[in-house]
Design a protein around this ligand. Structure first.
Ligand code: OOG
Ligand code: NI
Length: 317
């Protein structure tokens, strides 16, 4: 029995150490993201200027190439190793994409922790169905992924460093992909970089905890929101409501020496309503588990377009 109690204490202390490593990696991914994307940074500052209590992330999202081990699994392994559970698959046949989301392990927030130190976020990872692309596009994607076959083992490291695991492409290759799939072009130049973080709207403490109020507040501050299919995306059951900014652009130097402005990342907002069966639970007892979980194909399909040229070139208002 003394053996087993020893094992217990070793088990729990190593779990805490692993959790702090895991949170540091997320924090580094977030740092790369905030350094590259001024809009998400100012949105977080604007929200905190009104609501200075704990700010929670609903989810983090990443994009991948579904080919030769470079797809969803390449990044998922990191989250699975730290206790995440694979949940549902979402399909986007028109965009030639699929996605999988992962539920976080049941660990509590760092006391008083916000963002990556708050309750652990869900994770949404998508992949391009590369074998459905034209042969020219497949050739470009194969050229870069096959030339760095070990890169897929370091997806999380690549995301935390903000460095591609493959060489920078030619500007003509970026254009080739962009003509066929803006998602493919984005992934070629951004790789495993964090695509977005999502603010958990219902867990805010101020009046901004209603997504319509938050959208209005941000638009008044001059923040451009993705208008595809309407600014507010609502699931058919009404329980999942989402909106997002339009991605920032960043200057990127291609391997042929050409410098171009390319789409980078955006920030999203999600409000999850209390499920019908918990309507009578007193507000102070409502937990995240009482609310609409998961994702919604119809919402996600529009949110993908936050990095698309049509949204980027739209004028505000
Ligand atoms: C992901 C878009 C979908 C959601 O929450 O449904 C999404 C992406 O742009 O890669 O984030
Ligand atoms: Ni999202």
């Amino acid at each position: 029995s003394s053996m087993s109690s020893n094992n217990d204490s070793r088990g729990s202390s190593s779990k805490v150490a692993a959790e702090s490593f895991f949170r540091s990696v997320l924090g580094q991914m977030e740092t790369v993201y905030l350094n590259r994307n001024p809009t998400p940074k100012s949105v977080l500052e604007l929200v905190r200027s009104v609501d200075d209590e704990q700010l929670c992330y609903d989810h983090l999202a990443f994009r991948t190439f579904g080919i030769g081990g470079y797809g969803i699994d390449s990044l998922a392994s990191f989250f699975l190793d730290y206790g995440y559970t694979p949940m549902d698959e979402l399909k986007f046949p028109a965009k030639k994409l699929r996605a999988l989301w992962f539920a976080p392990p049941d660990v509590s927030a760092v006391p008083g922790g916000s963002g990556v130190n708050g309750p652990l976020p869900r994770v949404f990872i998508s992949e391009l169905l590369v074998d459905q692309m034209s042969s020219q596009t497949q050739d470009v994607i194969r050229k870069y992924t096959e030339a760095s076959p070990n890169g897929k083992k370091y997806a999380a490291l690549s995301s935390a460093l903000g460095t591609l695991t493959w060489e920078k492409p030619l500007s003509s290759e970026f254009e080739q992909l962009a003509r066929e799939s803006e998602y493919a072009a984005w992934t070629l130049v951004n790789g495993y970089a964090l695509n977005h973080v999502t603010i958990s709207v219902h867990r805010l403490k101020s009046h901004l905890n209603k997504i319509k109020k938050l959208n209005q507040f941000l638009e008044e501050k001059g923040i451009k929101l993705n208008s595809e299919g309407g600014v507010l995306k609502v699931s058919p059951d009404g329980g999942l409501q989402q909106s997002s900014t339009v991605a920032d652009s960043i200057s990127f130097k291609f391997s042929d020496g050409v410098t171009k402005s390319i789409p980078c990342s955006y920030i999203e907002f999600a409000e999850r309503l209390v499920l019908p069966q918990y309507q009578n639970v007193p507000e102070s007892e409502i937990r995240e588990s009482h609310r609409r979980d998961g994702f919604e194909v119809g919402n996600a399909d529009k949110i993908f377009e936050s990095t698309f040229q049509e949204q980027l070139s739209r004028r505000t208002g």
